[in-house]
Design a binder for this molecule. Structure first.
Ligand SMILES: [Zn+2]
Length: 72
């Protein structure tokens, strides 16, 4: 049985769709994980909403002290 390019494409299409959806799913998961890591690695100033180093105890943007925020 001879398979033309169209038949081969039709046979491969489901596999390609599965691979494609897995790739998209993994990419989305990676993006979510990366964003989660970024958000976990930084904290937000309660005053000016600037992203800060989690070790910081004074906001580098507005100089607000963050002791209370750190405890919470
Ligand atoms: Zn601030």
């Amino acid at each position: 049985m001879f398979l033309g390019p169209t038949e081969i494409l039709l046979c491969l299409a489901p596999f390609m769709m599965v691979i494609f959806s897995i790739g998209v799913g993994l990419a989305a998961q990676n993006m979510m994980l990366a964003r989660h890591e970024r958000e976990r690695g930084q904290k937000k100033c309660p005053s000016c909403k600037g992203l800060l180093n989690p070790e910081a105890y004074v906001c580098r943007f507005c100089r607000k002290e963050l002791y209370e925020y750190r405890r919470a």
